[in-house]
Design a binder for this molecule. Structure first.
Ligand SMILES: [Fe+2]
Length: 722
């Protein structure tokens, strides 16, 4: 990828400005703003469609490369309190839980500048043993080590006591759980020999400085937890950091009274169990004294922090829609999408499309599906990789589906970095078709092709503004995979429906996972996967609760908010071989549903589709009165008869006995439902991810298009019932 970039925001209104950051391995590139209509290049469909938006940013820009400051740590400002060469011995101590000891040298408590070999560091050396280094910045280095590697995923109390009078350091590493024959406990005392020049260096936890300057690059990142770091001099406390005090924020508080407060960089995971976790409680709010740890990773990344290359002030008359900055140079092309919403408090159409930006973010730079050797698809995804796929692995960009280097799940995802799968034309190696953002352009294309005016809104807007965002729309349509919801977003939809709003839920596996958002860091979402659900990792014991909000993670259905209560259907099954058409049910002949099927006979509904070849597929949702489907909801169509590639969702399986496949389990199916809500509101739920990929078949003349159009026209009308 010779061109990669990101915007400082995803949602923007006319009159506001979006800034673009670009890394280019070419001398220059051309930039233009385009409106995106259809994002799939598949010749079986309408093909790629975009429209140039003439404007001031159009032109040529100089290329430059920008880099990723990945890796989390804590920075504490420099202080003479942390200088070694005083009169009394200095002690640096912490509990640590290393997860990749021996991978390479990793910083624990450091004032170390790698570029000059200056300062001092308590670290794990390249073998994974506790070490202490001093450097004078003139080439002299003193190294002491216990010579005994620590075990991974085990708690240790580690300590370094520097004695300036003797010029020596005593190192100790003691496992918290002391087993007989454990040979990883070690103590040693060694001369350091070299003076530590740490002048001006910050005190860093879980990394060290890779240079100096205002915003030094960081290096030597530690994978693992640190708990209760302390600095003492001559028996007096200099600093003692309480990581439990500021859970959910980037603040790090020094409880010593000496104000050596710090800041956590790149969103390391907090609200994680500490060295003394007992299981007495499993929520950090109920036992904060057992949650004094921070979990650091060398691939955490909150903000790439790139320099701005150009900015686009959105003109007052630019229609709401999906747009992108398109960059081109030589054979390179990059799209940086963004969403233009109407100005706050206004609407420009009776119809709104709510695009699932929280789900885009959860999947941002996802690569586990094709790196998984047990891929569930019949083809080998490795044969269908795109340059973007290689790029995310080479630059260690993580989604909330991927795993850190130590195998633990990624809990945060930020949009202040390039998102390589948020682009038109992109096809996932898993499906060999668009998913997520590019697949949501099936809907915008159909709206344009069939003459429906629409506003574009995002999850970001809904979370921030609640029901006020939706209130003036006659009807709101969702994305094709609208999976991640904050409590505020769900509250807004409930209030919209209670007030007479009409909701077209065009998603499969929707309304599924809770997310947390820290108001001070609205560019990132947090996910704790808890104990249950279709995902790629589980939370560790005691780490189910969202640090940003204190709420339980896991599934919304396990918190009394099953999707069936909201839209009539919820996650039933997923599969990867093929999509199938829906068939009408007796409920579809109820007079209440007549408007939905005007012009539709009893032919299969969605026998073609650009994703998986059918309108019912990938993930399908079913009605279930026990989970809250309203009693008057009509199931108007069903897709069933899947192969055993489709299996029942794990949260519905109490005993895995070989009967969960599509050929055996009658609940491996998708239901399409319709029901009325108070004050003239209504819900239509398609119950499948691939529904909208069938809209354009046969020149937009097909049952999926007819049904979607019938519902949209009726829902947008003033008179009700239709
Ligand atoms: Fe999903």
């Amino acid at each position: 990828m010779k061109l990669v970039g990101y915007g400082n925001r995803w949602s923007v209104a006319p009159g506001e400005t979006i800034r673009f950051m670009v890394s280019a391995e070419v001398p220059s590139y051309e930039a233009v703003i385009v409106r995106l209509i259809h994002g799939d290049t598949n010749p079986a469909g309408p093909g790629f469609k975009e429209e140039r938006v003439p404007g001031a940013i159009e032109g040529s820009y100089l290329g430059r490369t920008q880099t990723y400051p990945s890796g989390s740590c804590v920075l504490v400002p420099s202080s003479p309190d942390f200088d070694l060469d005083a009169t009394a011995p200095m002690t640096l101590r912490a509990w640590i839980w290393p997860t990749t000891p021996g991978d390479r040298a990793q910083g624990l408590l450091t004032r170390w500048d790698e570029s000059r070999w200056a300062g001092y560091a308590v670290a794990l050396d390249e073998t994974g043993a506790l070490a202490f280094w001093t450097g004078d910045g003139q080439g002299g280095i003193g190294r002491a080590t216990t010579g005994v590697p620590l075990r991974a995923f085990a708690w240790y109390l580690v300590e370094a006591i520097y004695d300036p009078a003797a010029g020596s350091v005593s190192l100790s590493q003691q496992p918290v759980v002391a087993w007989p024959r454990d040979e990883t406990a070690a103590r040693t005392t060694a001369e350091t020999g070299v003076r530590a020049d740490s002048a001006g260096l910050p005190l860093v936890m879980a990394a060290w400085c890779g240079g100096d300057g205002e915003r030094p690059p960081m290096a030597g990142h530690f994978n693992g937890k640190i708990d209760g770091p302390t600095v003492e001099r001559g028996g007096a406390t200099v600093a003692v950091w309480d990581f439990a005090a500021d859970i959910g924020s980037a603040r790090v508080t020094d409880a010593s009274g000496r104000h050596h407060h710090g800041v956590a960089v790149n969103m390391p995971m907090r609200a994680v169990t500490g060295h003394n976790f007992s299981g007495r409680e499993v929520c950090f709010r109920l036992a904060p004294d057992e949650y004094g740890a921070i979990f650091f990773h060398d691939d955490d990344l909150e903000d790439a922090g790139w320099e701005v290359d150009f900015a686009f002030p959105v003109p007052a008359d630019l229609p709401s829609g999906v747009y992108a900055a398109r960059l081109r140079a030589e054979d390179a092309e990059e799209y940086i999408p963004f969403f233009v919403r109407p100005p706050k408090g206004t609407t420009t159409a009776p119809v709104a499309v709510l695009l699932p930006t929280s789900t885009y973010l959860a999947y941002a730079n996802e690569h586990i599906t094709w790196r998984n050797p047990d891929s569930p698809v019949p083809h080998d995804p490795l044969d269908f990789l795109e340059p973007a796929d290689h790029y995310v692995v080479a630059h260690r960009l993580m989604s909330a589906y991927d795993h850190h280097a130590d195998g633990t799940g990624v809990a945060f995802s930020s949009r202040l970095r390039p998102v390589l799968n948020l682009r038109p034309k992109y096809r996932t190696a898993l499906l060999r078709a668009p998913q997520h953002f590019a697949a949501d352009l099936y809907l915008t294309d159909w709206l344009e092709a069939t003459g429906h005016r629409y506003d574009v809104l995002t999850d970001d807007d809904l979370h921030a503004e609640g029901v006020d965002l939706l209130r003036s729309y006659k009807v709101v349509l969702t994305g094709n995979h609208h999976e991640y919801w904050s409590g505020a977003m769900l509250d807004a939809v409930e209030a919209y429906l209670a007030g007479g709003g009409r909701w077209m839920s065009l998603t499969g596996n929707g309304y599924y996972w809770p997310i947390g958002i820290d108001p001070a860091r609205p560019h990132a979402i947090e996910i704790r996967r808890g104990r249950n659900g279709t995902g790629t990792w589980r939370s560790a014991t005691g780490e189910d609760y969202l640090e940003t909000t204190g709420e339980p993670g896991g599934l919304w259905r396990d918190r009394g908010r099953a999707p069936q209560k909201l839209v009539g259907v919820g996650m039933a099954a997923s599969g990867f071989d093929a999509g199938l058409p829906f068939q009408r049910t007796p409920g579809s002949f109820d007079p209440r549903a007549a408007f939905i099927f005007a012009g539709v006979g009893d032919e299969p509904i969605g026998a073609n589709g650009l994703m998986m070849g059918g309108a019912g597929g990938l993930e399908v949702d079913r009605a279930d009165a026990a989970l809250g489907t309203p009693p008057h909801a009509l199931v108007v169509a069903t897709v069933a008869g899947f192969s055993d590639s489709y299996t029942r969702a794990v949260e519905e399986v109490t005993q895995a006995d070989g009967t969960q496949g599509g050929t055996m389990d009658p609940d491996v199916r998708g239901d399409m439902v319709f029901f009325e809500t108070p004050h003239g509101g209504a819900v239509f739920a398609a119950g499948s991810i691939t529904w909208t990929s069938s809209l354009s078949a046969n020149g937009y003349d097909n049952p999926v298009s007819t049904i979607t159009g019938n519902v949209l026209r009726a829902f947008a009308a003033a008179e009700w019932p239709p």
